[in-house]
Write a protein that binds this ligand. Structure first.
Ligand code: ADP
Ligand code: MG
Length: 697
C-alpha cells in the first residue's frame, strides 16, 4: 500500500545527486517525506497589483514597462555596481534594485521591454522599490496566464531554491492526485469529525485554491491542518506508548518490601511526612510490586519534600541487594543530598558515597572500586555518575533529581549502566511544574505522581517588584534585615549562555556589597568556583557565618537554608517564571516572614512586566507554569533539552491543547491492534527515524 510514496526522491524528474543531497539536509529522502514538507505560508500571485496602489512592505505581483535601466556605483569598503531598473504601468512607478547581476540579465532588462515581477516592496527616499524580485520578461500583448492557485512557500536550506522545490512539489501533487495515500486515521473517526482525507488535506495545504482557505490555514483553523495536528499528536503519543511498552517488557530488579528499614528512617526524622508524601511513597511501593521497570515522574513544588520520598524508595531497593544511584544537576545539590542520605542511612549500616566531577586520582579510583564491587549501596553524585569508567555492581534504582536540568540523553546514558536485559527502576523528580497537558504529551512514557502539599508551617513569600533606581533604599533594607539576624540571597542573572559574564557580574556585586555594607559578612558562590570553594561558601551561609550570599543561578535548585528569609533577584526578566519561582522557594522555609524582591530595570516592556506580575500574584508553581506556558510557548518553558524528543512539525502544544484528549483516545485505539498498519504509517509520517527505539535497554 502506498508503495509509490516510499520511492526515493531521485525517482522524481529533475532530482539529480546534487538536489538529492540538499533535500536530504531537510530530512527529505522519499516522496512521502516530501509530501509532508508543508508550506510555511502562501503568496498571492493570482492577481496583479497596480503600481499606483502598492504599499510599502507589501509582497506583490506587478506587471510594467521598463522606462530606464542603468548601472550606478556605490562606494562602501570596495566599490560596488548596482543595477537600477525603473518601471511604470501607467498608474505609478517602481524601481528594481539588483546587487548581483550578469551581463545577459542586464541586456534583457532593456528600455521598452515588459516585465512581470514578484517581490517585497519597500520605500526608499519617497519611492517604492523591490530588491532582487523574481521576474520574467513578458509579451504585453500576450501575457502568460496568472496562477490560479496561491503559491506555496516552503522551508528551504542553503542553495535550495523555492522555485526548484516548487517544481518538484507540483510533480508530486500530480502523482498524489492520481494514486492517493491510504487513510492513516480510523475512517469513521475522520468522517464523523468532517475532516478531509489525507490525500485531500495534502492537496489543499500544498495548493490552496482560494483566499478563504489561506485565511483559515493562517489561523490554523483549516480542517486539513487540524487532521494533521491530530495525526502528529497521535503519532507522538504512540511513539511514547510504544517505548513504554518496550521498556515494560524488559526484566527488572525484583524489589521486596522493607517496611522495617522505612520505619526506622521515619523514627529518626525530625518531622512527620505529609499526606502527599505518604501517598507518593505508596505509589512507588505499588510500582515495585508490579515487577516491571518503574518509570515514574514525581512532581512536587519547591520545598514539598521530594528528597525524603526518594530516600524511602531507595531503602527497599538496597534491602533487596541492589544499588541505588541518585543524580543531581549541581555539585552543591549532590553534596547536600549526600549529607542527608548519610545522616538518614548510616544508622542502618548502609554505605553511602558521593561521586563528583571533582573526585580525581586515587580518591576516585577507590570510589569507583567501591561502586564496582557493590560495597557502595547508595551512590549520590552529579553527571559524573554516568561516565564510562563508572561500573555499577547491581544497579536497581536510578533517581534523577531536578530532571529539567538533564537531557533525555543523560537519562538514557545512566540506564545503559545496567546489566544486559535488566532495566533498573527509574524515578525522576522535578520541581518545575509541568502543566498536566504538557506532562501527558511530553512524558507519556512515564507514570506521574504529584506531591501537592507543602509541609506545614511554611509562610507565603511576599513578592515585590523594585526598580533599579531604588537600589540605595534596598541596600538600607538589607542592612536593617541583617542587623535583625536575617539572612539574604542576592542572585545575579545574565543570559544563560554566558556563564562567564554571569560569574563576573556576581563577583562585581559581591565586591560592591562588601563596600556598601561593611558591617556584614558577604559570601559568594558561582559556577566557576572550585567545588570545595562552593561548598565552603554554602556551608558558611548555612551556619550563619555569612549574612548575605551573592550567587548566580547555581543555587536555583535544592539548596536548603531555613534561616534565609530574603531573596533578591537582579534582572529577573532574564529568567523563566518557573525558574524565578524555584529561586523564591529558597526562602520562606522557616517561620520568619519572607520576601522576594525582583530588582528590575525601569523601562520594562509591557509583556515582561505582565510576566513578573504573575510571579508577584501567585504562589502556586502550577499556576505559574500554566501562565508561563501561555505567555512564552511550550518550547521555552520546557527548554529544548527536554523537548528534544518532542519537537513537533506542525503541532504547537499551547495552541493545540484542545486536541490532546482526542489524540490520546486515538493512540489508545491504535495501540490495541498490534498489527496496525495505520499506526506504523503514522509513526513513519510524523516521527520517522525517531520511532526506532531499539536502544532503550
Ligand atoms: P524539594 O521538594 O524542594 O526537593 P526538600 O526535599 O529539599 O524539598 O525538602 C525541603 C525541606 O523540607 C527540607 O529541609 C526537608 O527536610 C523539609 N521537609 C521535608 N518533608 C517535610 C515534612 N513532611 N515536614 C517538615 N519538613 C519537611
Ligand atoms: Mg530537591
Amino acid at each position: 500500500m502506498d508503495d509509490w510514496s516510499r520511492e526515493d526522491v531521485s525517482t522524481l524528474k529533475g532530482v539529480g545527486p546534487k538536489l538529492k543531497e540538499k533535500l536530504a539536509r531537510l530530512g527529505l529522502n522519499n516522496k512521502q517525506q516530501m509530501l509532508f514538507h508543508l508550506p510555511l505560508r502562501y503568496e498571492d500571485r493570482t492577481r496583479l497589483t497596480a503600481l499606483g496602489s502598492i504599499q510599502s512592505g507589501q509582497r506583490a505581483l506587478i506587471q510594467a514597462e521598463i522606462l530606464q535601466s542603468g548601472i550606478s556605483f556605490r562606494r562602501q569598503g570596495r566599490s560596488r555596481r548596482i543595477m537600477l531598473v525603473k518601471l511604470s504601468d501607467g498608474t505609478g512607478f517602481l524601481t528594481l534594485r539588483f546587487f548581483n547581476f550578469s551581463a545577459s540579465q542586464q541586456n534583457k532588462l532593456e528600455k521598452g521591454s515588459w516585465i512581470r515581477c514578484f517581490g517585497e516592496t519597500r520605500m526608499v527616499m519617497g519611492s517604492i522599490e523591490m530588491v532582487h524580485p523574481e521576474y520574467e520578461i513578458i509579451n504585453p500583448d500576450q501575457p502568460p496566464p496568472l496562477n490560479s492557485f496561491l503559491t506555496p512557500v516552503y522551508p528551504v536550506t542553503d542553495g535550495l531554491h523555492q522555485l526548484s522545490l516548487r517544481k518538484i512539489m507540483l510533480q508530486l501533487i500530480a502523482q498524489l492526485s492520481q494514486q492517493g495515500l491510504s487513510e492513516t486515521l480510523p475512517l469513521q473517526w475522520v468522517e464523523s469529525h468532517h475532516l478531509p482525507s489525507v490525500t485531500r488535506a495534502l492537496q489543499i495545504l500544498h495548493n490552496p485554491e482560494n483566499q478563504q482557505d489561506v485565511i483559515k490555514i493562517q489561523s490554523t483553523q483549516h480542517p486539513a491542518q487540524q487532521r494533521f495536528i491530530i495525526e502528529e499528536l497521535t503519532a507522538h503519543r504512540l511513539s511514547l506508548l510504544q517505548r513504554r511498552q518496550q521498556i515494560r517488557r524488559l526484566h527488572c530488579p525484583s524489589i521486596k518490601p522493607s517496611s522495617h528499614y522505612q520505619q526506622q528512617l521515619l523514627s529518626v526524622l525530625e518531622f512527620e511526612l505529609t499526606n502527599a508524601q505518604h501517598r507518593v511513597i505508596a505509589e512507588l511501593m505499588a510500582d515495585f510490586k508490579l515487577n516491571q521497570p518503574m518509570m515514574r515522574l514525581i512532581q512536587g513544588d519547591v520545598g514539598s519534600g521530594k528528597t525524603i520520598v526518594a530516600a524511602m524508595a531507595a531503602l527497599p531497593v538496597i534491602a533487596s541487594g541492589y544499588q541505588c544511584a541518585l543524580m543531581a544537576p549541581t555539585e552543591i545539590l549532590a553534596e547536600q543530598h549526600f549529607q542527608n542520605f548519610s545522616k538518614w542511612f548510616e544508622g542502618q549500616g548502609i554505605k553511602v558515597i558521593s561521586l563528583m566531577g571533582a573526585d580525581k586520582g586515587k580518591k576516585r579510583t577507590l570510589k569507583e572500586e567501591s561502586i564496582a564491587t557493590g560495597e557502595a549501596q547508595m551512590i549520590v553524585g552529579t553527571h559524573a555518575l554516568f561516565q564510562a569508567s563508572v561500573k555499577f555492581n547491581s544497579l536497581g534504582l536510578i533517581i534523577i533529581d531536578e530532571q529539567h536540568r538533564f537531557g533525555v540523553d543523560q537519562r538514557q546514558a545512566l540506564q545503559k549502566k545496567a546489566e544486559k536485559n535488566i532495566m533498573p527502576h527509574q524515578l525522576i523528580m522535578t520541581a518545575t511544574p509541568i502543566p498536566r497537558t504538557l506532562a501527558m504529551s511530553v512524558y507519556a512514557d512515564l507514570d506521574y505522581s504529584q506531591i501537592d502539599e507543602l509541609p506545614p508551617g511554611r509562610t507565603p513569600v511576599k513578592t515585590s517588584i523594585i526598580s533599579q533606581s531604588k537600589r540605595d533604599e534596598l541596600i538600607n533594607s538589607v542592612r536593617a534585615a541583617c542587623a535583625k539576624g536575617q539572612q539574604i540571597y542576592w542572585v545575579c542573572t545574565l543570559i544563560e549562555e554566558s556563564e562567564v559574564l554571569q560569574c563576573e557580574a556576581a563577583q562585581l556585586t559581591f565586591e560592591n556589597l562588601q563596600n556598601q555594607i561593611p558591617e556584614i559578612t558577604v559570601g559568594l558562590v558561582h559556577g566557576r568556583m572550585k567545588s570545595d570553594e562552593k561548598e565552603r561558601a554554602i556551608s558558611a551561609f548555612k551556619q550563619g557565618k555569612t549574612q548575605l550570599l551573592v550567587a548566580t543561578t547555581v543555587i536555583e535548585v535544592g539548596v536548603d537554608v531555613p534561616n534565609a528569609s530574603i531573596m533578591i533577584i537582579e534582572n529577573p526578566e532574564r529568567l523563566g517564571l518557573s525558574q524565578i519561582h524555584q529561586l523564591r522557594g529558597r526562602v520562606g522555609r522557616g517561620n520568619i516572614e519572607s520576601f522576594c524582591l525582583l530588582l528590575v530595570k525601569s523601562d520594562l516592556s509591557k509583556q515582561v512586566s505582565n510576566r513578573l506580575e504573575v510571579i508577584r500574584n501567585h504562589q502556586d508553581g502550577f499556576i505559574i507554569a500554566e501562565k508561563d506556558l501561555e505567555i512564552r510557548g511550550a518550547g521555552e518553558v520546557m527548554g529544548t533539552r527536554q523537548t528534544g524528543e518532542a519537537s513537533f512539525k506542525i503541532v504547537d502544544l499551547v495552541r493545540d491543547k484542545r486536541w490532546f484528549s482526542q489524540a490520546e483516545q486515538l493512540a489508545e485505539l491504535l495501540m490495541q491492534d498490534s498489527e496496525s498498519l495505520q499506526r506504523q504509517q503514522l509513526l513513519d509520517n510524523w516521527i520517522g527515524h525517531k520511532a526506532e527505539y531499539s536502544d532503550v535497554g
